[in-house]
Write a protein that binds this ligand. Structure first.
Ligand SMILES: NC(=O)c1ccc[n+]([C@@H]2O[C@H](COP(=O)([O-])OP(=O)(O)OC[C@H]3O[C@@H](n4cnc5c(N)ncnc54)[C@H](O)[C@@H]3O)[C@@H](O)[C@H]2O)c1
Length: 351
């Protein structure tokens, strides 16, 4: 198959992990005789340095004409001055909104090889495989804002269209998995959550009657995620709640460095990135775990390019390297390998 992919390596450890993800992608291209056209573009802090804009027009145009976007990470102390005109993270919000990627998928899976690395008791971790579906371009992050020295306001808005659109994505994924869906809201207090719950309930009852549906208040959900994580299958939540819950859930796996994500729009278009940030504290030290980025390539192959076998091959390669006892520093405090050694080991399983 022929596909055009925009590559945004970004800042911090972004370029280090992207390098390995691209090697894996090229190995898959060669092995399965595909034609992947890769276009590098500026994004984040490096784009501010060169153009003054974290998401320059040229990058936007390239993203829009491609089948998918691969993103490393953005941000860092160099661009963190609160008085600065713009920040790399603004590029992230602009990109999600401009590209219309409204559904963020994050898969939280425990690997038996990493179970000792989690702060949660081992017996609760077996068999965890949760797919979070987070609404990405609505809610409080995108609402009206006001800020002065003694007053601040963030408005949270959702329409039934936005809610139905994201819950449909979650429901369609649920029926391909365990037919079990948990919707998270704060319907005892928030008007947007009351609408969220009523739209979700009527959609599932009318169009997905076979799905076992559960509603949880977000405060209870934070507790249930730690006390009974293996009970969950697909969890759908609005932007803010999904952001917080997915970072909490990442600790179940033992390291944020293991988790990929997909942000999907219409027509199979998607932006794929690890869930972690630019990790400036470990930049250039060979300590970055490339697995979340490499697994993001696997998600891209599956969701945007429908190359399921190729995607599975990458997931199996990562699992096999863990089985061989190879861990980056975030996965093992005593014996660990470097970013390059981990990336090369995964690549070797594919070639
Ligand atoms: N999507 C994104 O690009 C994104 C997401 C979150 C944060 N950020 C930005 O990244 C910068 C740093 O943020 P932060 O420190 O809060 O979060 P972070 O995710 O960058 O780092 C948190 C901790 O996890 C570690 N870590 C992260 N990824 C790792 C990996 N692949 N391998 C090993 N260890 C890893 C880091 O060393 C750090 O100790 C900030 O500027 C923030 O705004 C960007």
């Amino acid at each position: 198959m022929k596909a055009e992919i925009t590559v945004l390596a970004g800042d911090g450890i972004g370029p280090e992990i992207t390098e390995h993800a691209l090697k894996v992608l090229k190995a898959i291209e060669k092995k399965y005789d595909h034609d992947f056209i890769l276009n590098d573009a500026l994004f984040g802090g490096i784009a501010i340095d060169e153009t003054g804009d974290p998401f320059p027009e040229e990058t936007k145009d390239l993203c829009k004409q491609s089948d998918a976007v691969l993103l490393g990470a953005v941000g860092g102390p160099k661009w963190s001055d609160p008085k600065a005109k713009t920040r790399p993270e603004k590029g992230l919000l602009d990109m999600r909104s401009d590209l219309g990627v409204y559904a963020n998928l994050r898969q939280i899976k425990t690997y038996p090889q990493l179970i000792d690395n989690s702060p949660i008791e081992n017996s609760r971790l077996e068999g965890i495989d949760i797919l979070f579906v987070r609404e990405l371009i609505g809610g409080i992050y995108f609402g009206d804002k006001e800020r002065s020295d003694d007053y601040a306001k963030d408005v949270c808005e959702y329409s039934s269209f936005e809610i139905e659109r994201i819950v449909k994505v979650a429901a369609d994924l649920s029926i391909k998995r365990k037919n079990k869906l948990t919707s998270v809201d704060k319907a005892n207090v928030m008007a947007t959550s009351q609408l969220w719950r009523s739209v979700t309930t009527s959609l599932i009852e009318s169009e997905y009657p076979s799905i076992e549906m559960e509603h949880l208040l977000v405060d209870a959900a934070t507790m249930h995620l730690l006390s009974r994580p293996a009970d969950f299958d697909v969890i759908v939540a609005e932007n803010l709640f999904g952001d917080i819950l997915t970072d909490e859930a990442s600790m179940l796996t033992g390291s944020i460095g293991m988790i990929p994500s997909a942000s999907l729009g219409d027509n199979n278009f998607g932006v794929y990135e690890p869930i972690h940030g630019s990790a400036p504290d470990i930049q250039g030290k060979g300590l970055a775990n490339p697995c979340g980025m490499i697994l993001s390539v696997a998600m891209m192959l599956k969701h945007s390019l429908q190359l399921v076998q190729e995607s599975n091959e990458i997931e199996n390669a990562v699992e096999s390297v863990l089985n061989d006892g190879m861990f980056t520093a975030d996965l093992s405090s005593d014996h660990h390998v470097s970013t390059d050694e981990m990336g090369t080991a995964i690549l070797t399983k594919i070639i």
